[in-house]
Design a protein around this ligand. Sequence first.
Ligand code: FES
Length: 126
Amino acid sequence: MAGTYTELVMEHFKNPKNMGQMEDADGKGEVGNASCGDVMTVYIKVKGDRVADIKFQTFGCVAAVATSSMVTELAKGKTLDEAMKITRADVAEKLGGLPPIKMHCSNLAADALHAAIEDYRKKASE
Ligand code: FES
């Protein structure tokens, strides 16, 4: 039901920011949502401890696409520590809220971002 989404959610769904693949990513995080089977991948490029570039691919619902788009906007330019602190609540709040039954969809975005940073850190320490 589109009517339960805020206009901002629909805007990010129709015109997602930073959507696509990144061939030369420094970190990649892939997460699946056990409750619906949707999958999201986040790619990051790191420069001087900051998220210099970020892209996402989501196979999921309206809320999953919108939260992915928003999380990439929030993370871009932030230090890795700051990006690690972005929560699903931050993402939902920035979108003007999500219908309660759709809150689980916002898990994907924050989790995939954090997984991408952890992947980068693991590789960097090897
Ligand atoms: Fe699967 Fe929303 S229903 S992420």
